[in-house]
Design a protein around this ligand. Structure first.
Ligand code: BGO
Length: 273
């Protein structure tokens, strides 16, 4: 038996640095099937956690900004997360650019896979005097949050241990974020139309993607429910395209997270302006 933990994050968030720190020389590098996107897998170093009787495999996913299928990297990462279902995800976010990084995080939380957020570059954040309120962030996101510096190696053992702990629990906590009531209404209706081939914990993710008119998701489904009435209803009610509605709602959620969980160093702002 082995535990699989996926590393997911934006390009340049420090994913490679973390992957190297966690796995050392225990790495296997290849390509994802059929595409020239690099696939990196490694075994977690023994001193970083696990009970010793099972291997902990770290899967380094391509750096991506969202789980929408716009780039090959996004398609590869998304297919892995939906089809292979790792036991847990470590979502690495660049703490110096947290607002932008949270867009992907809000989508990862909907996959029904346990997530630990590792806020990276904390050495830089601390130097700047900015403060990320980790406890509040954890509450707002509904997941464990750990401060790390992949470069200096701080916090990374804790992040790995938390991910291993969650992997044992298998089922993720349900997402804490709700869209606007009208959107939640149609998402419920779509979830109820999904067949039993979609596991319960993945239903929300598939419902959101169907609402967004995501053709690549439709192609992957054995039974595709007709959701045109739900789409028409919400587009009429909110006078916008469903993809924009979902994107805008994510940004509203992210703004509220930043407002509550991030304090910028005022002195730094005053001297630099
Ligand atoms: C260069 N702290 C700091 N200060 N830097 C970090 C940390 C951290 O915790 N983690 C990563 N970095 P990748 P992706 C670089 O390469 O792991 C740095 O894309 C440079 N290179 O060292 O590659 C890391 O895999 C010249 O920086 O990210 C790297 O996610 C000058 O963040 C960069 C300065 O990390 C991206 C930095 C020639």
């Amino acid at each position: 038996m082995s535990i699989k933990i996926a590393l997911a994050g934006n390009p340049n968030c420090g994913k490679t640095t973390l992957f190297n720190a966690l796995t050392g020389s225990n790495q296997f590098v290849g390509n994802w099937p059929g595409v020239t996107v690099e696939k990196k897998e490694g075994k977690l170093k023994k001193n970083f956690g696990g009970n010793g009787s099972e291997d902990v495999i770290i899967m380094d996913l391509p750096g991506i900004y969202s789980l929408s299928p716009y780039t090959l990297e996004e398609v590869v990462a998304r297919n892995y997360l939906i089809n292979e279902r790792p036991d847990a995800i470590i979502n690495i976010v660049d703490g110096t650019n947290i607002e932008r990084n949270l867009y992907l995080s809000t989508q990862l939380m909907e996959l029904g896979i346990p997530v630990v957020m590792a806020v990276n570059m904390m050495d830089v954040v601390e130097k700047s005097g900015d403060v990320i309120h980790i406890d509040k962030l954890s509450k707002k996101l509904g997941c464990e949050v750990v401060e790390i510096s992949a470069l200096k190696g701080t916090g990374i053992q804790k992040a790995a241990e938390k991910a291993i702990g969650l992997a044992g629990k298998k089922n993720a906590a349900p997402p804490v974020h709700s869209f606007a009531p009208e959107v939640e209404g149609v998402l419920d209706a779509i979830e109820n139309k999904l067949g039993s081939d979609i596991p319960e914990e993945q239903k929300r993710f598939f419902a959101v993607k169907l609402l967004e008119k995501d053709d690549k998701i439709r192609e992957q489904m054995r039974q595709v429910p007709d959701v045109s009435a739900e789409i028409a209803q919400i587009e009429k009610e909110m006078d916008d395209d469903t993809e924009s509605i979902i994107t805008n709602e994510r940004y509203v959620y992210i703004s509220s997270i930043i407002g509550e969980c991030f304090s910028r160093n005022r002195k730094e702002n005053m001297t630099s302006s």
